[in-house]
Design a protein around this ligand. Structure first.
Ligand code: NAD
Length: 360
């Protein structure tokens, strides 16, 4: 039965980059027999403008019905003055919550062709391939009590609560272990077990879950050391698994090791492998409509979708090989441009990936 993909281009550069990713999917469908049905919906500011809400019911219905969702980006200055309840970002958070997407997968891959784009020495980062698995629906971002209260003295007090149940920890660790089984079988669980009881429990549960994965080499690292090691010697890691907030911070740090925000995909998965796939960057209002945005992060998000939600790893590899082949030709959008390369726009880059797909 064909798999249903919902594309949600969103705002800013979203429609431009998703357009190129859809071209890639269409090529796989037409030339390589990928059995998919594609539909498109509205999210973010575009949805607010058209339907008065950043996540209209119609979009949510389509998302529930789909096997996977491809999202561009949401937000921009046009909607910044709206009430927080209808800001574009609410569309994204609503999708994550409604679809129960608790596992956020953020690879940090540095193609050797782009080693010069990193601020770190090429020998430290060239060929980097790590995956951060971040818990996305629990932890301090959601824990209660939360808020700011005024004490009898008149002084205000802010409160957030770090809370995880054993089952929440267990399921995210198992996602990391399952993925690591398809990689180098090494998982580093990041916590602050020396200070936070909640992450002491995290460590205990991670060790217990790992007993079901005898081939996995599980290690543990305090988050402060992990931040340092990511910058000192990032290639020591294969898969890292951590809490919502630690993962938020560490995955941005890991992303910047590669120096090119326009290259990095991400996935957010539910308990059954259904997922939402999106580039890690935002809607880039400064370059929207100019035809210069790098579509490769979105195209690589499609590769993740094929691997994790559509059970089509051969197609995923095809896309990754095509992207690498395009980089070999020296074609570069402005964000990854370096001396001696050939400048390309969004469309030219997408077309080059499609041509490379047909050639590999
Ligand atoms: P951003 O990621 O949109 O842009 C940061 C910088 O990176 C900009 O200079 C931009 O031009 C550049 N950039 C981003 N993607 C690029 C690409 N594909 N090719 C080339 N250059 C690229 O972050 P920001 O400027 O902080 O945020 C802009 C808007 O995006 C805000 O409204 C923010 O809320 C929203 N945002 C959305 C998401 C999302 O939808 N997941 C994520 C982050 C930010």
């Amino acid at each position: 039965m064909s798999k249903k993909i919902l594309s949600l281009p969103g705002d800013g550069i979203g429609p431009e980059i998703v357009g190129e990713a859809v071209k890639v999917l269409t090529c796989l469908q037409d030339d390589f027999g990928l059995d998919i049905e594609m539909t498109e919906g509205l999210v973010g500011g575009a949805a607010y403008d058209a339907a008065g809400h950043p996540l209209p019911e119609a979009t949510l219905d389509l998302a529930h019905d789909a096997d996977a969702v491809l999202l561009g980006a949401v937000g921009g200055p046009k909607w910044e003055s709206l009430d927080i309840s209808v800001r574009p970002e609410k569309g994204l958070l609503g999708l994550r919550a409604e679809l129960g997407l608790f596992a956020n997968l953020r690879p940090a891959i540095l193609y050797p062709q782009l080693a010069a784009a990193s601020t770190l020495r090429a020998d430290v980062v060239s060929g980097l391939d790590i995956l951060i698995v971040r818990e996305l629906t629990g932890g301090i971002y959601f824990g209660k009590p939360r808020g700011v209260e005024t004490l009898p003295s008149g002084e205000r007090r802010g409160v957030n609560t770090l809370v995880y149940t054993e089952s929440e920890i267990d399921r995210i660790c198992r996602v990391a272990f399952d993925i690591a089984m398809k990689r180098d079988k090494r998982v580093c669980s990041v916590d602050k077990a020396n200070v936070l009881e909640c992450t002491e429990l995290w460590r205990e549960v991670a060790i217990k879950a790992a007993a079901d994965y005898p081939e996995i080499e599980l290690s543990h690292m305090y988050v402060d050391n992990a931040a340092m090691q990511l910058v000192r010697a990032p290639k020591q890691f294969d898969v890292m698994v951590t809490t919502n907030m630690f993962g938020d911070i560490l995955s941005d740090c890991a992303a910047m090791l590669t120096g090119s925000i326009g290259m990095l995909p991400s996935a957010s998965l539910d308990a059954d492998g259904k997922g939402m796939y999106e580039p890690i960057h935002g809607s880039a209002p400064d370059i929207a409509g100019k035809g210069v945005a790098n579509p490769l992060a979105t195209i690589l998000s499609v590769a993740m979708m094929l691997r994790y939600s559509l059970d089509a790893p051969a197609h995923a590899e095809r896309i990754e090989a095509a992207v690498s082949a395009v980089l070999d030709t020296g074609l570069r959008t402005p964000d990854i441009f370096s001396e001696g390369a050939e400048r390309a726009g969004t469309r030219q880059m997408g077309d080059a990936v499609v041509s490379a797909l047909r050639a590999v």
